[in-house]
Ligand binder design. Sequence first.
Ligand SMILES: C[C@@H](O)[C@H](NC(=O)OP(=O)(O)OC[C@H]1O[C@@H](n2cnc3c(N)ncnc32)[C@H](O)[C@@H]1O)C(=O)O
Ligand SMILES: Nc1ncnc2c1ncn2[C@@H]1O[C@H](COP(=O)(O)OP(=O)(O)OP(=O)(O)O)[C@@H](O)[C@H]1O
Ligand SMILES: [Fe+2]
Length: 559
Amino acid sequence: MRVLGIEGTAWAASAAVFETDDPTRASDDERVFIESDAYQPESGGIHPREAAEHMGEAIPEVVETAIEHARRRAEADGESPIDADEGTSSSQSPSPIDAVAFSRGPGLGPCLRIVGTAARAVAQRFDVPLVGVNHMVAHLEVGRHQSGFSSPVCLNASGANAHLLGYRNGRYRVLGETMDTGVGNAIDKFTRHVGWQHPGGPKVEARAREGDFHPLPYVVKGMDFSFSGIMSAAKQAYDDDIPVEDVCRGLEETIFAMLTEVAERALSLTGADELVLGGGVGQNDRLKRMLGEMCDQRGADFYAPEDRFLRDNAGMIAMLGAKMYAAGDALEIAESGIDSNFRPDEVEVSWRGATESVDRAVRTETEVQGAEATVAIEADRVVKDRVPRSYRHPELDERLRVERTRQEVRLTSDARRHGVPTPLVLDVDPEAARIVFQRVGDADLRESLTEPHVSDVGRHLARIHDAGFVHGDPTTRNVRISSTRDGRAYLIDFGLGYYSGEPEDHAMDLHVLAQSLSGTADDPERLLSAAENAYREESDHADAVFASLGDIEGRGRYQ
Ligand SMILES: C[C@@H](O)[C@H](NC(=O)OP(=O)(O)OC[C@H]1O[C@@H](n2cnc3c(N)ncnc32)[C@H](O)[C@@H]1O)C(=O)O
Ligand SMILES: Nc1ncnc2c1ncn2[C@@H]1O[C@H](COP(=O)(O)OP(=O)(O)OP(=O)(O)O)[C@@H](O)[C@H]1O
Ligand SMILES: [Fe+2]
């Protein structure tokens, strides 16, 4: 099978030809040809109009080059040649390609429309099926394909996006994502401030090598993360004459430690032991090393594709297009409109089995390896050690481990004082980042997902919010369920919690819970509404919180 791919969501006008006997698995015989023409802004960032002008000129050229390649390959394979001039297909002259795949979104509308028009024209010219590919799913599928991993957690670190994804129940679920800009765009904004030419990522990487770590704010909420505070602090540091190399080093160490931490959280939550990387920021060597080291430390496998498959390229579009085409997932021309806000979790995945899942059964053990800590389970107590993470800069690592240990002790006790079941704190050593807790419950919530239990969680969250603080990471692993005592639900792991009376912060807790349910439950919607109803009943300010939750869930759209 030979599939033509076309990419042009923002800066890369690219066309590719992917050839394989079996698109469902990687093989030594498959071949990918990629022809790209990058748009380079003269100053500032990507201008949508200029980008579209570039696409208008470059897309027809790269597409023709790819078709020419496909034609030569068809001839070499002994297929009878097609009419070389107009490509008018007939039963005597088979098409050099079997299908055309194109980036349908997300991306800049004017650019996407040019790609869509080109793809429709080629599909009609050769009378072959048209396949509409989600660009973000293509970023993650290329790594999954090449690694041969069965059901990995996927980290997409690209310009306009930053997502953690895992496949479950026929879709890629968003386990975590940026609360504001994409990771590459955040870096590019800093470099624009400094006056460097777009794209900024490679320049930050080069300068960071010569710098010393400059501390910047670190913001992780459950498996979500935010870059806005870091970027303002980085710009301010530059304006305050901190050497730019040091700010670049601080940026890399902070932003990539956040991405690595949330990736580890996703591995821990799902029980998966495979991670793949996708997206243009994935070309950064420091990010790859951090992720590799984190996976090594916890015995997971890590795969990052070569750079030409990480940055925007049509190869990944053709490769996923081939899987979709083989699954019969093609578009009618009349329904082939572009979608500039196309989210990865909107895609109904046709090319993977319905029962495959990122989620693995987690065995009960005497020692649990969480995302942050190692927890030794004893008869009636547990010992939680926040062991150093070698992937993090030592100064950042020390700061996070000590702060979170102190905060966890404080909030675990506060919650209990407000009538929320939590384990008793038996001993603490903040410098060693060690806490000894009473052992509670018989199973994590994820192994005991029922409406009454998640309703308890909803009620508990409402209570602590009314008391003026948040949990910070209320996932289905951070609730322990007791099989005695009326199936009591205990909240544990308050290390990411903080004091706040803001509805927006309270809504984040509900959002984290929702994301973790969609990553671990078969019927997340039913369970989530049970939790939300219980929250509404218990809370003093539910309306404000749900209004904020609506805003949070509407964000993450491509801008
Ligand atoms: C929707 C689509 O248009 C968009 N694509 C995109 O943003 O291009 P991509 O090739 O995946 O990523 C480009 C980003 O990747 C960053 N980048 C490139 N090389 C880098 C490096 N060595 N270190 C850090 N960032 C790097 C650039 O600064 C830029 O922000 C997306 O996938 O979000
Ligand atoms: N007090 C406790 N009683 C019983 N089991 C516990 C207790 N504390 C922790 N555990 C078990 O250890 C696991 C990891 O604990 P915890 O969530 O505190 O660590 P973590 O490293 O922060 O994990 P993660 O970041 O993945 O949530 C829990 O999911 C639970 O199964
Ligand atoms: Fe991209």
